[in-house]
Design a protein around this ligand. Sequence first.
Ligand SMILES: [Zn+2]
Length: 796
Amino acid sequence: MNLRKSANTRWFAWLLALALATSMFASGASAQTDEPLQEEPERAALVEVHVADRTELDRLVATGADLISAVEETSDGYTLSAVLTPSQEAELRSQGFSVGDTVQTQEDVDALRAERSQALQSKSGLSFQTLAESETGALKVLRADYFDGSDGEFLSVEAKSEAGDDDTITVSWDSGADTEIGDGGTIELFDFVDAGVYLYHRRQFSVDTRPELIEVTSGDTGESVTLSVVEWLPLDESGNQGGNSPYLTDFVDHYMDPTEVTERIEQLAAEFPDLAEIVELPYQTNGYRRHAQALLGTLTTNAVVVNSVAWGHEGGNDLTVEFVDPALADSPLSVSVTGNDVVLSGATNASGALVTTAAEAVAALNAAVGDLIYAHTYRGNAGSGVIVAEFEELTDNLSAPEHISRDPWTVKALRIGAHRDGSRLGVLAYAQEHAREWVTPLVMVETAERLLRNYAHDGETRQLVNNLDIFIVPTVNPDGGHYSFYDFNFQRKTMLNHCDDNLSDPALRDNWGVDTNRNYAVGSLFDGYDGASTFCLSAVFSGPSELSEPESRNIAWLPDTFSNIEFAMNTHSFGNYFMWSPGAYSVPGRVTLPRPDFGDEAFFWAASQQILTAIKEHRDTVVTPARTGPIADVLYSAAGNSGDHLWYDDGIFAWNFEVGDAGFQPTFDDEGHDQALEFSNGLIELFRVAYQYDNDNQRPTSSLVPGQGRYDGPVEMVFEASEPVTIFYTLDGSAPTSSSPTIQSAGVREGAESITILETTTVNWFAVDAAGNIERNYNPDGNANNYNKARVTISG
Ligand SMILES: [Zn+2]
């Protein structure tokens, strides 16, 4: 889906709850009429929005609302979640959108906080190929997966039509062996169009029993394809993890703020000095701190915003500002300070009425007490209104208890491995780029505990810890994390305000900050990619430049410093997605970042099967086929995300989890706890994938099918291989090299392309697997000729 696309000018209008044209902000001017002030942020809730069709969905996306990735396709449209304030919700309703259930409110979070304080295999073969196609090739079935999960039994079907989204594709299925196709039911697939480009048709729907056969029919051509379904993520009886020895799990019993999480990894490093150490990341964050502020006045025209020069906790919170009406005729404007108390006595006219305007008060304050405070008018207003007598205490509005440090924060990684000298394959796991995703640091803590506490008695754990060099960063964005825990639970971004004075009054404090996962240096907004914003209050604000923020620089620093890192997992919530690159595209045309070579793409898929099966083992949670794949194919464009940075800049196999499907802060006992455990299963399995990759010395083999021989006319050939590979080939008789053409995916979510031989040709090729093993030990840049050769003779 194509969410969070546009600059959030529209959304900003809701945020202000004012009917101001947003272009006024762009030009720096604001309404000079008297409007009521917004004194406090409107507090948001997580709300479901239903739209009837894709046009409506596009209209919703274009509003720039803070939409969540999980989109449910239903028979009468789409249901998705959004973080909305009451006025944003009202605005959506007035635009005709159907706004339904509230999933999570501030009150829910208050209850959670109370709860929290009390608690203080490898699968062979590829699942990724075109399963079947119609005789003319106009209809291709990409996937037909059956799965049995915690919510029941489902079929998920993906198909692609040459006629594009105009085609109506139907699926009929039987109800098991020896029943007729159609006995199970018939349903229409949904077309999946993003950024104006048709991708494929898809739908997931429930079934009563596992079908044997399905029939997929194109309404456009009337062609049908019959095929059997495949089971997605089948569990074997024994389970993949902890099959034999007592394998210890379940080390998390409440949501942990960034301070607790950091203390926990420090304790683990101290307890297991031979196996773990703390790596301090070099770029300190700004810290959980703000300047203190007060808003004086009653209307936009007479309001004055006062900011402390000192941080709130370093004296700013002790300041007071008072505007006094002297109640005397012809009194001059004056400013005085006694201790922490600033008093501005307004000027009066001959009849004793106050005449000092907001603009005059701002100038007088800045001139007289500029070492203590900095004043400005409200949202760029000229400030021509006369001030009113008022007393205010300045506050940084931060509510965390005192033990939460207000200082710049050193982000820490827990490095686990028996050999932490760069000689072992490195794996990076990191979480909480987005502050509100409370489960994600727990996945990191649970995983670290499992590795260290099972090491002594569990052989598989020992194998991983002895052979890998694991870096776990449980909280990338600690300042935002603390703000989410103690101030505003839906905080997504960092805490640092990049807005200018016009957008820096205290009511906007929940909307400042940078989206860490839009601040990286590959496929960024600055490179012209889609899915981020230049607007400082947007939920996807990319920051002033690539890697401008310490939070993202820290993650980019890790592979720059530890060049042995070759795998990574970026953990987010929510939606139960599992994704990889490309994660961004530009519009128009929906031009994605380059797709991985086919062999790498196939490796992503094969490893995904293994990781998702481990997740399912905990409680039958199924990450569905429709939510597995490249970010740009299954979700939307996310310009400047960290996964793309790691894959394209550092050559790291980089995946992304979106854990859970129950909001950002599900109740811990019934849900958050299980999410942490099941995705820790997945992360441990990623380590196993990395270990297997590192030990993969098996050279691939490949063949050309139908292959060498004599043919009457043009012939279509495909390469088959023993494992996921990239094929390098030539058709001109020359030796294939590492710069020869490679076999690519035939299209989004399709298998490998075929080659069509029109005239007599010698095909020369070799295969390379994801671990870099080359078929027959061929040296592609040498003079040897031990590559594969096939002579294809076309007669007639
Ligand atoms: Zn996230």
